[in-house]
Design a protein around this ligand. Structure first.
Ligand SMILES: Cc1ncc(C[n+]2csc(CCOP(=O)(O)OP(=O)(O)O)c2C)c(N)n1
Ligand SMILES: [Mg+2]
Length: 733
């Protein structure tokens, strides 16, 4: 009685009428398989052999319907935790699900790192998901955009040595569809609306599936959304195919998805499938819905159980007899028992491998491959409408960042640049008359003009949209170099950065990666920047495993470090100090299109023997001023180390300098308490205690916000005088 999934798929995919008896049987078998895997997991959880359980019970018909209308390993999938039936119908095995439930080393989705139901399969194009609701919708959008980019520029898919492309395989077909699902409660997340916005506006082939079981844990649908019906709220988005369907009805679900897939594959735009499901069990095994749902309501819901209804139908329509159903049930039970027994015997993850895949194993940005620093010679300036006009004159940090972006976009067709106002002009026709904007700080000026609006474009005013889409692009093998307009507004993207961008590789045990570059202007000393245009906050990001954090202090370093960031295989937060963009003291000649600086290598800005001053960013020139005065006025010889990259940082250079001078100050612009200096100072105290002749000192901003009035700003942020005083005090200790 067992049917191969593939044969059922072939036959169901071709028709649009009723499902044949044979197809209905296979549909039922997949639904049953899903329910019984849930039931076995529940048993294992009660026996304390697994540690968490959340079921797909009640959502099976919608999931199988979706899977059979799509093409596994061809289309792309961004499911959520209730999509067990979808995954099984795509070809995910109960054995693989059980391996994740027990947390086995051989769990193919995460190697024991993620909870059960956090699916991932590179061969099936099921992208590893986090537990966060709705974040993956933006990845789905970026994934669809990347598919479109590769089909327009197939040459960009070619492998290339010497950078991340050697390790990021690309597959695309040109008409692939992207599936992304959430529960109805999760449609309240801003990221849902941000994803709908871009999918609609760009006519992207994304199917948004809302699996509406009426509850978000204990919160009923009318509390989650006005009017209690998501279809009504989204109805005015242009370019969509909308369908609202009984998600407990296999045929209705399948046909809804067939129509949705047809709309998307034809390039007409996205689709929205709103399936009314039910929750056969509580939210998870940690929840008891009897606490908030009356018995009558639960009983009424149970009448809509898709599995019960379908079994009754197969009997009623004499498609199967009781005996035949029992045969199917036994076969399903046998398969699951074998899977569970196998999983319980499976090897456990090795503790020694915990930190594997936090960063790329393949490409080390601290390696000498990126150390072209010495060989690069001043050359002709790159960038701008003029192209490579000959010049060896000193250029600002803004110029050399812009030049690096031009160079790298020329070299690597997979790079896209997007963010708020980064294009020269979204309305291309205007460029015949106007110069173009190219970013509020003009760092991306000329990129759209040279590389076109498909590669350089403005985003909506939504930071999670920028980072979330970038993740989707990058996991398909592209290289998004996105801009957050001001560091002060990075916070709406924090969820994407902390729970998605930085952890995708680790949580999927190295299967997926999204080496995005985020450029963000940061910092104060602006005179009038005030609270929301002067923030620092780098230590919040260096506290995130998986994210590289870079903060150059001069034009040449910015050029070389940005090049490494772009070629690197890890996500990078590239912090550009606004005050340093156009300073004259940090200028440098254009160093050529292959100039790179490895991460984790500090620069000795000023050698000295009396005291070490560890710093970065805008405190480098301020520290230099203080050090020159200390020398002039007190003959104190300060060694200044510019860290340049904050994660990784150059411990060897710190240790060598502190061992030499025995006195150390860590200075930064960010607030003192819990700042970046706290970590460095603690490590020095811990590992270099015997070398110290004095306590480790720290300098930072006052523990407050940066004020508008300049006399307040001056007092809040560290000044050369502050640094000089600390130098004198420490020398005298
Ligand atoms: C961003 C985020 N906030 C909160 C949670 C905790 N949480 C997990 S599931 C859930 C309810 C989701 O309800 P719904 O979207 O309707 O999906 P359902 O579980 O009903 O299928 C909540 C609040 C989370 N996972 N992610
Ligand atoms: Mg729900």
């Amino acid at each position: 009685m067992e049917l191969a999934v593939s044969s059922a798929r072939e036959s169901v995919s071709s028709g649009t009428g009723s499902l044949s008896p044979r197809q209905l049987v296979e549909f039922y078998r997949l639904m049953l398989l899903s329910r019984r895997v849930d039931d076995r997991e529940i048993l294992l959880k009660r026996q304390q052999k697994i540690y968490f359980q959340i079921s797909g019970a009640g959502h099976e018909a919608l999931g199988v319907g979706a899977a059979l209308a799509m093409r596994p390993g061809y289309d792309w999938f961004f499911p959520y935790y209730r999509d067990r039936a979808l995954c099984l119908a795509l070809g995910y095995t109960p054995a693989d699900m059980m391996l994740q439930a027990v947390g086995a080393a051989t769990d193919p989705a995460s190697g024991g790192r993620q909870m059960p139901t956090h699916w991932s399969s590179t061969s099936l194009n099921i992208v590893s998901l986090s537990s966060a609701t709705s974040t993956q919708l933006l990845h789905a959008v970026g994934c669809a955009e990347a598919g479109r980019s590769f089909s327009l520029h197939p040459e960009a898919a070619a492998k290339a040595d010497g950078d991340y492309r050697a390790f990021r395989d690309v597959k695309f077909h040109g008409d692939e569809v992207v599936y992304a699902s959430i529960g109805e409660g999760s449609s309240s997340q801003g990221e849902f609306w941000e994803a709908m916005n871009t999918a609609s506006n760009q006519k992207l082939p994304v199917i948004f599936c809302v699996e509406d079981n009426g509850y978000a844990i204990s919160t009923p649908v009318e509390v989650s959304m006005p009017g209690g019906n998501i279809s009504r709220l989204v109805a005015n988005f242009p370019n969509f195919f909308f369908i609202e369907v009984d998600g407990t009805d296999p045929e209705a679900s399948f046909h809804a998805f067939q129509a949705a897939v047809a709309h998307c594959r034809a390039g007409l735009g996205p689709a929205f499938v709103h399936g009314h499901c039910m929750r056969a069990y509580s939210h998870s095994l940690s929840d008891d819905d009897r606490l908030y749902r009356p018995q009558a309501e639960r009983e009424a819901d149970a009448l809509r159980d898709p599995l019960v209804k379908m079994r009754a139908r197969l009997l009623r329509e004499a498609i199967l007899t009781e005996d035949e159903l029992t045969t199917i049930e036994h076969a399903v039970e046998r398969e699951i028992s074998v899977a569970a027994d196998h999983a319980l015997e499976a090897p456990l993850p090795k503790v020694a491998e915990i930190t594997r895949h936090v960063y790329s194993d393949d490409l080390d940005p601290t390696s000498s491959a990126f150390a072209t620093e010495q060989v690069a010679a001043p050359g002709s300036i790159s960038g701008g409408k003029a192209g490579r006009a000959p010049s060896s004159e000193p250029r600002t940090m803004a110029d050399l960042i812009n030049a690096c972006l031009h160079d790298e976009m020329r070299r690597d067709p997979r790079i896209v640049v997007f963010g708020q106002d980064v294009a020269d002009a979204s309305r291309e026709a205007a460029l015949a008359e106007v110069k173009g904007k190219g970013g509020v700080f003009k760092l991306t000026a000329g990129l759209q003009t040279e590389f076109g609006s498909e590669r350089v474009f403005n985003s909506p005013l939504a930071e999670a949209n920028i980072v979330g889409r970038a993740i989707g692009y990058a996991l398909r093998g592209m290289k998004p170099v996105v801009e957050i307009q001001f560091f002060d507004y990075i916070w709406p993207a924090m969820h994407q950065i902390r729970n998605e961008l930085s952890v995708l590789r680790w949580r999927s045990n190295g299967q997926w990666a999204c080496p995005v570059v985020i450029r963000a202007p940061i910092g104060g000393y602006l005179t009038g920047g005030a609270i929301n245009h002067s923030q620092s906050g780098e230590s919040i990001f260096t506290h995130i495993p998986g994210l590289r954090v870079v903060m150059p202090s001069n034009a040449l370093d910015a050029n070389g470090l940005l090049r490494t960031a772009i070629r690197c295989d890890d996500p990078v937060l590239f912090l550009e100090h606004k005050r340093l963009y156009r300073e004259t003291h940090d200028r440098a000649p254009y160093p050529g299109p292959d100039f790179a600086i490895p991460f984790g290598k500090a620069r000795i800005v000023r050698p000295g023997s009396d005291l070490t001053l560890i710093t970065y960013g805008a405190l480098v020139p301020r520290s230099l001023q203080a050090a020159e005065r200390a020398k002039r006025e007190q003959n104190i010889d300060v060694e200044i180390l510019d860290l340049r990259t904050l994660n990784p940082y150059d411990w060897e250079s710190i240790a060598a300098s502190v061992t030499k001078t025995s006195r150390v100050i860590v200075a930064h612009e960010d607030m003192l308490s819990w700042g970046y200096g706290a970590e460095i100072a603690a490590r020095i105290g811990d590992e270099l205690f015997d070398s110290l002749d004095a306590p480790v000192r720290r300098i930072g901003a006052m523990d407050t916000y940066v004020a508008y009035q300049p006399i307040l700003e001056d007092a809040i942020l560290p000044q050369p005088d502050t640094i000089l005083k600390a130098i004198l005090d420490l020398k005298a200790f």
